[in-house]
Design a protein around this ligand. Structure first.
Ligand code: HEM
Length: 283
């Protein structure tokens, strides 16, 4: 955490000068693992702060988790309410012509445009990308709690255009991170945006909290040491570790309808994932 954090932000893990060990998982939004990186997609960044350094092992990570932060490469979500999201996914699970019509039907014009913009972005390197929490979280407890959103960005702004070769490798994003971290350490800033008016909705996740009205304030730096992360052991860990916005201190508890829905869904899908990977018995 940065030194001299303002008192209004000094809650939970945000304590001047404190540091925490962490795991960070970068992800693609599209469920197809074979999809070439050059096709646009939403990219995720999930951060797990630990109470003590832990092995690259999902049980150790679960036992020492203090706080998860989950961010994605777009400032707003494409669905304003849980019903909208469920409606879209019900159709996504069936193929065909009606799916194409069902998405705009459920999301409406604004949601469809957000979904297009969100999934159309091409990047050069996940470490050079900006991410947002999209949905709000509380800061503090009791009557004085505030609503905030989070963002991360590289400590030094860098060009993030995709490679201009006609055919970059399908996994060029992983390769870009490997090259960067093979050569040197990397750094990102963690920022907090304080809600500054009634028009900044807590429940409607399609409404952007405009930065001109509520600037993002840097509170921490994420230090990625020089490392070799693309090993069998670490990739296995990465498949099984689970992030959930509800892995949270009370001071950072998730807010809003979307987050309420995420609680049960993330718990369930991470369990199914571990069952499919045969690291826990299927029930
Ligand atoms: C009701 C709304 C949402 C639902 C139903 C939903 C559902 C899911 C599910 C099922 C997963 C996989 C979890 C796992 O298997 O461990 C996931 C992961 C993820 N979600 Fe959401 N999500 C929602 C909202 C959001 C929002 C608002 C964001 C914005 C930051 C977001 C960002 C992500 C990211 C980055 C991941 C991957 C995190 C990781 O590395 O584990 N989701 N989501």
């Amino acid at each position: 955490m940065l030194d001299d954090l303002p008192k209004s932000l000094s809650q939970g893990v945000f304590q001047s000068g404190k540091s925490y060990p962490a795991w960070v998982r970068f992800s693609n939004g599209n469920p197809d693992p074979g999809r070439p990186d050059i096709k646009g997609d939403a990219r995720g960044m999930a951060i797990k702060l630990l109470s003590s350094p832990a092995e690259a092992d999902w049980q150790s990570a679960a036992q020492t988790t203090m706080q998860d932060f989950i961010l994605i490469s777009h400032p707003v979500f494409f669905a304003k309410a849980p019903e909208t999201y469920v409606g879209v996914h019900r159709h996504l699970s069936s193929d065909g012509f009606w799916t194409i019509l069902a998405i705009p039907f459920h999301l409406g014009l604004k949601g469809s445009l957000i979904a297009l913009e969100m999934t159309d972005k091409q990047i050069a390197n996940p470490l050079y990308t900006r991410y947002w929490s999209e949905v709000p979280f509380q800061l503090g407890k009791g009557q004085n709690r505030k609503a905030v959103k989070y963002s991360t960005r590289p400590c030094t702004a860098r060009a993030n255009e995709p490679p201009d070769d006609s055919e970059p490798g399908d996994d060029y994003l992983r390769e870009a991170m490997k090259t960067t971290l093979d050569q040197s350490a990397s750094c990102m800033e963690f920022l907090v945006q304080l809600r500054a008016g009634d028009e900044m909705s807590v429940e409607n996740s399609m409404i952007e909290w405009k930065e001109e009205q509520a600037p993002f304030i840097p509170v921490a730096r994420i230090h990625f040491p020089k490392q070799t992360f693309d090993t069998f052991a670490q990739n296995t860990f990465c498949e099984n570790v689970a992030f959930n916005p509800w892995n949270s201190l009370p001071e950072h508890e998730p807010l809003g309808a979307m987050n309420r829905m995420r609680k049960v869904i993330y718990e369930r899908t991470s369990k199914v994932r571990r069952e499919m990977n045969s690291v826990v018995p299927a029930q």
